[in-house]
Design a protein around this ligand. Structure first.
Ligand code: ZN
Length: 476
């Protein structure tokens, strides 16, 4: 029997708002002591009233528009009831039958083909706290309780672990682009639940699925789906396919999924409308305003870089991946009108340094202005490419000095004086009869050797294209 796999993804992404979803506590608890960012609201004390965070709603709307969703005019919050020690209220405030947004899509590219993945809905909710299990019991930290989340539910449109990973990466990029979430997986700002089921090819119904909970890296997302596909394929082949949905966990150390519980359905949560929060009216003017502010999406940007600026696919991909890098690159291009040189400086030397230092593009000293100045010095022939990428750039990166000043101070100006170059070329031609004969005989490598000799004489400051030209003229 030939089987196909059906995958749907739920993505939980932390909204990058200043405060929590329903109270004024700081939303950034990274690296802080436990239970310092809390108040009576987010710890579920009796008699407290939640107030919806406007910024979180705005960022949710922006993300929804970037994911091509419809935004209904009204949405409401509901209580999702379950007991767990990290959830102080005894319920989560989420959205059930009237979510913030629905019916969107994302285009993904996998192994050279493009595919549209549907988005069922995007809703807002608050996060739980965190439990740490120690030898004598469990410790609870409520700093994260009440953090605003977007839950983005896909249609069951993916057919392989690679497609699921490509979709998750694309959503991460989009959320960062619109500034709705930093989606930093290392800090737990983005987590996945993956639903996996199988069916015979040609069958169009959906069979019971396994939902793999709380995957927190792209690597474990792919590995867990691959594992589940293998396991379910074996069950199908033995005639023992899943009869009811299950919830499973993923163990990163053994690379296996493990059974947690029968999958809970919405009935189990006894959803009911949150009585403390009025229905939310999402004004059409605000939606139109945000629609006009949604920036160019990474995939569109990438195509533009290739088609209009002549970048290679790889270069365009690297630059368009990170919105801050894209802004930087476009600023350099605007000031130099030289996309190819700009990308070759940014993607090679600058990125190498940034990767070494783990600095973000906005936390280092070579501003777009300085980078443009450097590119322009090369473009006008004032310094050679090698000098720019070596000595000058290193000094700029360390000190943030202007490249013009560095060139002046270190005397690195390229010699483009035809007379001076011709004099050196003549002496090199006279002193190397062998290679000169080789050039005459059509050996292209030999000219490189001669250029090298002239460069050496001129301490690396001769203009290489002028040297090349002069040597050829002298030899012929
Ligand atoms: Zn609070």
């Amino acid at each position: 029997m030939e089987l196909e796999v059906i995958i749907g993804l739920e993505i939980h992404a932390q909204i990058s708002s200043k405060t929590k979803m329903f109270c004024g506590c700081d939303n950034d608890s990274f690296g802080k002591d436990p239970n310092v960012n809390i108040c009576p609201i987010c710890t579920g004390m009796p008699g407290q009233l939640p107030v919806v965070n406007e910024e979180a709603v705005h960022k949710g709307v922006k993300a929804s528009l970037a994911l091509n969703c419809n935004i209904p005019e009204f949405c409401k919050f509901d209580r999702k009831n379950y007991f767990y020690p990290d959830s102080p209220k005894g319920f989560q405030i989420s959205q059930f039958d009237e979510p913030l947004a629905e019916k969107g899509f994302v285009d993904i590219e996998v192994n050279g083909y493009t595919k549209k993945i549907g988005i069922t809905r995007l809703h807002l909710e608050d996060d739980a706290g965190k439990l740490t299990h120690v030898r004598d019991g469990s410790l609870v930290d409520f700093n994260r309780a009440g953090t605003p989340l977007m839950e983005i539910v896909s249609d069951p449109d993916m057919r392989s672990a690679a497609e699921a990973a490509a979709y998750a990466r694309e959503v991460q990029k989009i959320l960062r682009y619109v500034g709705s979430s930093d989606a930093d997986m290392e800090k737990g700002m983005m987590r996945f639940d993956a639903s996996v089921s199988m069916r015979p090819v040609g069958d169009d119904k959906l069979y019971p699925r396994a939902e793999i909970k709380n995957l927190n890296s792209f690597r474990s997302l792919e590995a867990a789906i691959e594992y589940e596909i293998k396991k379910q394929t074996e069950l199908w082949e033995k005639g023992e396919a899943l009869r009811s949905p299950v919830t499973v966990g993923w163990d990163d150390s053994s690379n296996k999924t493990f059974f947690m519980r029968e999958k809970e359905e919405s009935d189990d949560y006894r959803y009911f409308p949150e009585p403390d929060i009025p229905t939310l009216h999402i004004g059409r003017e605000m939606v139109d305003q945000y629609r006009s502010e949604v920036p160019e999406m990474p995939v569109v940007k990438r195509h533009r870089y290739v088609n209009e600026l002549g970048l290679s696919e790889d270069d365009a991909r690297i630059i368009s991946e990170d919105p801050k890098l894209a802004v930087y690159f476009e600023e350099v291009v605007e000031k130099t009108d030289d996309a190819k040189r700009a990308v070759s400086f940014i993607n090679t030397i600058l990125m190498a340094k940034l990767n070494e230092d783990i600095l973000g593009i906005n936390n280092q000293k070579v501003t777009a202005d300085l980078m443009a100045e450097l590119v322009n010095l090369v473009k006008s022939g004032e310094i050679s490419n090698n000098t720019a990428k070596g000595e000058v750039f290193d000094e700029m990166y360390a000190t943030g000095k202007s490249p013009k000043v560095i060139v002046e101070e270190k005397g690195l100006k390229q010699v483009s004086d035809a007379g001076a170059i011709e004099a050196v070329c003549k002496s090199v031609v006279d002193g190397n009869p062998g290679p000169v004969a080789d050039v005459k005989g059509g050996n292209e490598k030999a000219i490189g050797f001669l250029v090298g000799q002239v460069m050496k004489e001129m301490k690396g400051q001769g203009n290489p294209s002028l040297i090349n030209e002069t040597l050829r003229k002298l030899i012929s």
